[in-house]
Design a protein. Structure first.
Length: 227
């Protein structure tokens, strides 16, 4: 997977620690809600046509699973109803398609696929006491990496990475579990919540001689802290 692929999952835990350190200051200033959460995700991509060495053919994209982290800020100025999230996740997938190159049929082309998304999401929610439904949209960058590709007629490497603009639409709901949590040796007024979320994500990846419009549905389940 490599160090570069792990960068989002090194940076965001560090960000989580920093947020925990400054939370008392933020709360004292009554800035609003700060939320940090982690989640597991399932990806159900749509089958798409793929451009392979000058020929466009149908491709099958297999589902995958992964995980992610996000940090959100909901200012009191907007009555904690409008917020901005920074989100990063990683999951696997796989491509397979008829490998037609230079007018010849080379059987089936295959490659594992690693997707890393980093987005900024605008969120609109109802700030209920126990249940908080929300909707939102986001934009950012996605890295799609071909892993161990087997594609005849192409100068394959062990991996080939492409970066693309990505956008997403989402909806979900949070359920409050507890208004307090035992942390760092004492009880603190940090709310603990669970959440479920649906996302539709779109990215267009272009590798050397290979391109696909990646469209996928995400299902998320996670937990977080609200400061």
């Amino acid at each position: 997977m490599g160090f570069v692929s792990l960068v989002p999952f090194i940076i965001l835990p560090s960000a989580l620690f920093c947020f925990l350190c400054i939370t008392d200051v933020v709360v004292a200033a009554e800035f609003g809600d700060v939320e940090v959460s982690a989640y597991a995700l399932g990806s159900w991509p749509r089958d798409q046509d793929i451009f392979n060495q000058g020929t466009t053919v149908p491709a099958s994209v297999q589902q995958g699973f992964g995980a992610g982290l996000k940090v959100g800020i909901f200012p009191s100025f907007f009555h904690r109803m409008v917020g901005l999230e920074m989100d990063s996740n990683m999951h696997g997938a796989a491509l397979s398609f008829r490998n037609i190159a230079n007018g010849q049929n080379h059987g089936t082309g295959r490659s594992d696929l690693l997707i890393i998304n980093t987005t900024f999401n605008l969120i609109l929610r109802y700030p209920g006491e126990r249940i908080r439904p929300y909707i939102g949209a986001g934009i950012g960058w996605s890295h799609g990496t071909l892993l161990n590709p087997s594609i005849a007629g192409r100068d394959d490497k062990d991996f080939d990475s492409a970066r693309a603009l990505t956008h997403q639409f989402l909806s979900g709901a949070q359920i409050l579990l507890s208004p307090r949590v035992f942390l760092f040796g004492q009880y603190r007024d940090y709310a603990v919540f669970l959440f479920g979320e649906y996302r539709y994500v779109s990215s267009n990846f272009h590798w050397g001689g290979l391109a696909v419009d990646f469209r996928t549905h995400y299902g998320l389940l996670g937990a977080g802290l609200r400061f």
